[in-house]
Design a protein. Structure first.
Length: 525
């Protein structure tokens, strides 16, 4: 009996030991595998953040942070470093290099652009009917398309669109009469109606009149794209951590119903213009001309029909789509934030009013293109708003060929991600004393007086936002016309300090921006 027990027991014990050993080995290998990325910067001798969770890195901590807070701790914890190794932000568990030195920011964005010409996060340009746009392209394809689209935003083209901007601003002022009795209103909601009308008019030639009809399909679809939600924030993190997982799970950054809506709107407008011989100098017409030009070159054997860089119908739809979604939200954010600052800083508003009155008098009271360009202090006000409230808290660039960080022995391999903490640079007291105060005079001597690499609200270098000049013209015109007619004042619902929604992709204040207005007194002579 004892022998039988031993005969049965020994193999059983060995089996248990082997099972335990295999489980231990598997666990150890799994730990080493998932923990290996977090040793990346240590092996290279780069100062880096300490990871609290070996499986997720700093993912969960960052997931609950608002845009301005994303890199705050890392930036402040390494005050004497030019760069810091991180494992968070858009890169999730992947190593990324956070730049703190403005000279390195300037090098990455401008001087050494050829080494870091790609954006950190992109989707497959052929993955949807509206994905073949500048933000998703890199390399030679991006360069060719950028060169084709750049003339669309020339001074001449902007002047041609100016009357459309004035018409939209007039509609806004007419709507704002509802608040002349001092009734508070949410500035972001009101201004978003204006910016949607502007983009619809200047991009698609559509007269939506969103200001009076806020429930139209365009506004409903557009706001759905940027509506703060944890679902959208999780999708954006997945784009950085495991982009291959999105198509596998059939997850789209923007649901197909929204994309199809915009595609139908653009194609319907093009067909209407073709059938009725309508010509309108807007973004849609200009990009359609690019498409027709390439088709004509193919027809004349001047371009290979298999040329991968042809500006085709897919390119037209994609760039119209991104121009719309990128154009209305960021400008609305800048304008509403400026209205808030003018309400809480009446002395700034007084200086701005004085300039607006003087310039408009020079141009017989007309807010023409030249008048807006002559408003120097207004430019400073917008610049200070963009410093204090940059639409994106960080920028990312991807290394496209091996790159040595200037002034160091650190070499980044192809595919490495570099992150630029825009919000933290804009709020660093070393470059902007008392950064939380709204001081337009910081820009009194122009941007050349600002240290390079510390002011990048639109990015920088060759990949600077192509619509920057259009966005600033739109914001300056709208603000000049509002200030000329109304005084923006605080109300009971005006926040003492803006706090931002942690679920928002772009900078978005929690609870909105509440202000009131008071009509300017016009002296009768």
């Amino acid at each position: 009996m004892l022998g039988a027990t031993m005969e049965f027991g020994i193999p059983f014990i060995i089996e248990c030991v082997l099972t335990f050993f295999c489980a231990f080995l598997t666990t150890a290998l799994f730990y080493l595998y998932v923990n290996s990325p977090f040793k990346y910067w240590k092996k290279l001798g780069v100062p880096h953040v300490k990871v609290n969770n070996f499986l997720f890195g700093d993912f969960w901590e960052n997931f609950w942070l608002s845009q301005p807070k994303l890199h705050e701790k890392t930036y402040n914890d390494f005050p004497n470093e030019r760069y810091v190794g991180i494992f968070s932000g858009t890169s999730f568990r992947k190593p990324a290099l956070l730049l703190r030195d403005p000279d390195l920011v300037e090098a990455v964005l401008v001087r050494d652009f050829s080494y870091l010409s790609a954006r950190g996060l992109t989707d497959n340009p052929n993955g949807s009917p509206v994905a073949k746009h500048l933000l998703n392209l890199g390399g030679e394809h991006w360069k060719v398309m950028r060169n084709k689209l750049t003339p669309t935003f020339s001074s001449g083209k902007l002047k041609g669109m100016h009357s459309q901007l004035v018409d939209c601003a007039d509609s806004l002022l007419h709507y704002m009469k509802e608040f002349e009795d001092g009734k508070p209103f949410e500035a972001r909601d009101v201004i978003t109606r204006f910016t949607i009308d502007v983009i619809a008019s200047c991009a698609f030639g559509l007269n939506l009149d969103t200001i009076k009809n806020p429930e139209n399909d365009f506004r409903r679809m557009a706001l759905g794209i940027f509506k703060p939600s944890r679902r959208m924030k999780m999708i954006m993190f997945l784009r950085g951590a495991a982009p291959w997982l999105l198509p596998l799970l059939k997850i789209q950054v923007n649901k197909s119903v929204k994309k199809n809506f915009f595609v139908d709107a653009v194609e319907g407008t093009l067909e209407y213009r073709k059938q009725n011989n309508v010509v309108r100098q807007d973004f849609l017409h200009l990009t359609n001309e690019l498409k027709l030009k390439d088709l004509e070159m193919i027809k004349n054997n001047e371009m290979d029909p298999n040329d991968p860089y042809i500006f085709d119908h897919h390119s037209l739809l994609s760039n119209a789509f991104v121009f719309f979604i990128a154009g209305f939200e960021t400008t609305a954010s800048t304008l509403s934030n400026t209205m808030y600052e003018l309400a809480v800083n009446p002395e700034v508003q007084d200086c701005l009013l004085k300039e607006v009155k003087q310039v408009l008098e020079k141009y017989d009271g007309q807010p023409c293109y030249s008048a807006v360009q002559d408003m120097v202090y207004l430019e400073q006000v917008i610049s200070e708003t963009l410093r204090k409230y940059p639409p994106l808290s960080s920028l990312s660039r991807k290394v496209v060929k091996e790159y040595r960080i200037p002034g160091s022995d650190l070499v980044l391999s192809e595919g490495s991600i570099v992150e630029i903490p825009v919000h933290m640079l804009h709020h660093d007291p070393q470059y902007y004393p008392e950064p939380e105060k709204f001081r337009p005079e910081r820009f009194a001597n122009g941007k050349d007086a600002i240290r390079k690499g510390t002011y990048v609200p639109f990015g920088g270098g060759p990949r600077v936002c192509i619509g920057e000049r259009f966005a600033k013209l739109e914001a300056k015109l709208c603000l000049a016309m509002i200030i000329n007619k109304y005084e923006i004042i605080k109300c009971d619902k005006t926040a003492a300090q803006l706090e931002f929604d942690p679920n928002a992709i772009l900078l978005a204040p929690k609870g909105g921006i509440w202000v009131a207005i008071r009509p300017r007194i016009t002296l009768q002579t």
